[in-house]
Design a protein around this ligand. Sequence first.
Ligand SMILES: *Cc1c(COP(=O)(O)O)cnc(C)c1O
Length: 497
Amino acid sequence: MAKEVLYSSTRGAQGNIKASEAILRGLAPDGGLYVPDHIPHLEKTLREIAQLDYQGTAYEVMRLLLTDYTEEELKYCISHAYDSKFDTKEIAPISEADGAFYLELYHGATIAFKDMALSILPYLMTTAAKKNNAKNEIVILTATSGDTGKAALAGFADVPGTRIIVFYPKHGVSPIQEQQMVTQKGDNTCVIGIEGNFDDAQTGVKKLFTDEKLAKEMDEKGFQFSSANSINIGRLVPQIVYYVYSYAKLLKEGRIADGDPINVVVPTGNFGNILAAYYAKNMGVPIGKLICASNSNKVLFDFFKTGEYDRNREFVLTASPSMDILISSNLERLIYHISGDNAAADAEYMSKLSKDGKYEITDDMRSKLVDFFGGYASEQETFDTIRRIFEKTGYLMDTHTAVASAVYSKYTEETGDKTPTVIASTASPFKFTRSVMNALGKGDDSKGDFELADELSEVSKVKIPEAVSSIRTAEIRHKKVVDKTEMEGAVKEFLGL
Ligand SMILES: *Cc1c(COP(=O)(O)O)cnc(C)c1O
């Protein structure tokens, strides 16, 4: 029997709740994030795990962290999440190109890696509601930099007992990302553009979450908020699975020997995906370096270099919009862990971040970051990488994955480190068609994104994914745009408060 894992707030106000309660709440009442009281070690060996399929691996990992779910409950959630919604039985296949292993996390319904966790979160959440006899309807409140929104909408649409509201930066997502969201079906869905950037959307959402007056009003009307953002531990746990899976897969295929270290490179925005890799390492996967790749919004690169997190800088819109973030929420969990699970210290850093926009960690904390390497890629480097690898190998990647790939090249040049490396490939190139075509030198401003998708399909010999072809002529159902200061009003209107 695995030892029970309990969750508490990084800021200390709430401690020792069960996994299902943490998933149901999303964010702690003090604005902190739920963290496990210990990180369990894998119980099966990686060799044993190598004999399992994706679903079996998911069960092996998730049962250790979501300890109050029964075997039957977890297997129900897993089998309903990782099914034919994915276009490959492998769920997360690995492709080798130019000397690196690309772990493709974009084979789900919305062709971005957010599907890996958001396919299962609605099941984990509705199961949690049942387990805890929740009487209220759950209102999923989400801020998106483009990909979370659609993946959450797809997961929660028409799920009984839930409603979902998504805020996205009106001018900060790709046309295909926007079209995916505004055509979303389902009577329980609501999509709103805001005049502001992703950080504005995320800050606004966190404010609504911690607004006690609003919570009371909602409770009276039979509603309670939860979150589908990576601040929810129910997002993070399913993301650990594919790091375990990829190691086991490489082992099974004889590309690495048992115990060999691998490095992982993760294109990072909110720090959720790379934090999952950090947890995987702490659960016993032999991961050497955790390479954190940023685009021109390189606040994390600077943090790893100097120990100071400073969001006071210009927000840059890039061709990798899902990483255009200056406040990486999940870094708070890492800060908590490297401070020795010290909630008081964490709360103070976060209060500094909110007040001054910056904080600096201690030398002792910095010494616990040795496994991390921060890198960044400029727009030019990102585009050059897409083109270079496509021309050399025929392998086509999206702009986010290309940021990681470019950082990987810089890293090996700088360090000479030849450790086998897994690069998290986070989106299909068809989600960012215009930028990818520009990178290949085949862009054309006079053409629409769907026309360019046709051309990209010809150039790459890859069929246009269903996720793109199905929205081409779909009816636009969501047209609301509000100022970043009007988010509360929009929520109340949708809920009829
Ligand atoms: C969300 C996203 C990222 C960033 O992931 P984080 O967990 O926020 O660091 C990278 N690439 C794509 C395509 C994404 O959708």
